[in-house]
Design a protein around this ligand. Structure first.
Ligand SMILES: [Zn+2]
Length: 114
Protein backbone atom coordinates (compact mmCIF):
# COMPACT_ATOMS: atom_id res chain seq x y z
CA UNK A 1 0.00 0.00 0.00
CA UNK A 2 1.32 3.39 -1.00
CA UNK A 3 0.44 6.38 1.14
CA UNK A 4 1.33 9.82 -0.08
CA UNK A 5 3.00 12.33 2.22
CA UNK A 6 0.22 14.86 1.81
CA UNK A 7 -2.37 12.28 2.94
CA UNK A 8 -0.34 11.53 6.07
CA UNK A 9 -0.05 15.24 6.80
CA UNK A 10 -3.81 15.68 6.43
CA UNK A 11 -4.48 12.76 8.78
CA UNK A 12 -2.06 14.16 11.37
CA UNK A 13 -3.63 17.61 10.97
CA UNK A 14 -7.13 16.17 11.43
CA UNK A 15 -6.05 14.27 14.56
CA UNK A 16 -4.47 17.42 16.03
CA UNK A 17 -7.61 19.47 15.27
CA UNK A 18 -9.82 16.80 16.85
CA UNK A 19 -7.57 16.73 19.93
CA UNK A 20 -7.71 20.53 20.25
CA UNK A 21 -11.50 20.45 19.89
CA UNK A 22 -11.78 17.83 22.64
CA UNK A 23 -9.63 20.00 24.95
CA UNK A 24 -11.71 23.13 24.25
CA UNK A 25 -14.98 21.29 24.92
CA UNK A 26 -13.57 19.78 28.12
CA UNK A 27 -12.40 23.20 29.34
CA UNK A 28 -15.83 24.74 28.66
CA UNK A 29 -17.53 21.91 30.53
CA UNK A 30 -15.17 22.42 33.46
CA UNK A 31 -15.98 26.14 33.60
CA UNK A 32 -19.73 25.43 33.51
CA UNK A 33 -19.31 22.81 36.22
CA UNK A 34 -17.37 25.22 38.45
CA UNK A 35 -19.96 27.98 37.99
CA UNK A 36 -22.78 25.53 38.74
CA UNK A 37 -20.97 24.24 41.85
CA UNK A 38 -20.47 27.76 43.16
CA UNK A 39 -24.08 28.63 42.38
CA UNK A 40 -25.21 25.77 44.61
CA UNK A 41 -22.89 26.69 47.49
CA UNK A 42 -24.49 28.31 50.50
CA UNK A 43 -23.08 31.65 51.59
CA UNK A 44 -20.79 31.00 54.61
CA UNK A 45 -22.42 33.92 56.41
CA UNK A 46 -26.19 33.52 55.86
CA UNK A 47 -26.55 30.10 54.22
CA UNK A 48 -28.45 31.28 51.12
CA UNK A 49 -27.24 29.66 47.88
CA UNK A 50 -25.50 32.13 45.59
CA UNK A 51 -27.39 31.22 42.44
CA UNK A 52 -26.14 30.87 38.88
CA UNK A 53 -26.15 34.56 37.93
CA UNK A 54 -24.05 35.57 40.95
CA UNK A 55 -21.61 32.72 40.34
CA UNK A 56 -21.25 33.59 36.66
CA UNK A 57 -20.71 37.26 37.56
CA UNK A 58 -17.99 36.29 40.05
CA UNK A 59 -16.18 34.42 37.29
CA UNK A 60 -16.56 37.27 34.80
CA UNK A 61 -15.27 39.79 37.35
CA UNK A 62 -12.24 37.62 38.09
CA UNK A 63 -11.39 37.34 34.39
CA UNK A 64 -11.81 41.10 33.88
CA UNK A 65 -9.59 41.87 36.88
CA UNK A 66 -6.90 39.47 35.70
CA UNK A 67 -6.98 40.93 32.19
CA UNK A 68 -6.74 44.48 33.53
CA UNK A 69 -3.77 43.62 35.75
CA UNK A 70 -2.07 41.76 32.88
CA UNK A 71 -2.57 44.76 30.55
CA UNK A 72 -0.74 46.92 33.10
CA UNK A 73 2.25 44.57 33.03
CA UNK A 74 2.48 43.22 29.50
CA UNK A 75 5.99 41.77 29.86
CA UNK A 76 5.21 39.80 33.00
CA UNK A 77 3.75 36.36 33.41
CA UNK A 78 1.46 36.69 36.41
CA UNK A 79 0.32 33.72 38.47
CA UNK A 80 -3.15 34.85 39.52
CA UNK A 81 -4.99 33.57 42.58
CA UNK A 82 -7.24 30.70 41.57
CA UNK A 83 -10.25 32.05 43.41
CA UNK A 84 -13.35 33.95 42.42
CA UNK A 85 -14.48 36.58 44.88
CA UNK A 86 -18.23 36.24 45.24
CA UNK A 87 -20.56 38.63 47.02
CA UNK A 88 -23.75 37.27 48.53
CA UNK A 89 -26.81 39.09 47.22
CA UNK A 90 -28.73 38.29 50.41
CA UNK A 91 -26.31 39.58 53.07
CA UNK A 92 -23.42 41.20 51.17
CA UNK A 93 -20.77 38.96 52.73
CA UNK A 94 -17.76 38.11 50.59
CA UNK A 95 -16.78 34.55 49.84
CA UNK A 96 -13.80 33.16 47.96
CA UNK A 97 -14.35 30.18 45.70
CA UNK A 98 -11.36 28.11 44.63
CA UNK A 99 -12.44 27.04 41.16
CA UNK A 100 -9.74 24.38 40.89
CA UNK A 101 -10.51 22.61 44.15
CA UNK A 102 -14.20 23.64 44.41
CA UNK A 103 -13.74 25.05 47.92
CA UNK A 104 -15.58 28.06 49.23
CA UNK A 105 -14.15 30.16 52.02
CA UNK A 106 -15.75 33.05 53.81
CA UNK A 107 -13.86 36.27 54.49
CA UNK A 108 -13.59 35.32 58.21
CA UNK A 109 -11.62 32.20 57.27
CA UNK A 110 -9.18 34.37 55.33
CA UNK A 111 -8.66 36.55 58.40
CA UNK A 112 -7.94 33.49 60.52
CA UNK A 113 -5.59 32.16 57.85
CA UNK A 114 -7.41 28.89 57.16
ZN1 LIG B 1 -25.07 35.65 52.61
Amino acid sequence: MIVCGACVMWVVYAILCAGALVLVVAAKKEVKRSVRKLSECPCPSCGVAYGYWTAAQARERHIAQCEEIQRGRPGYRINFVREWEVECLACGALGYYGFENNRLRGSQELIRGE
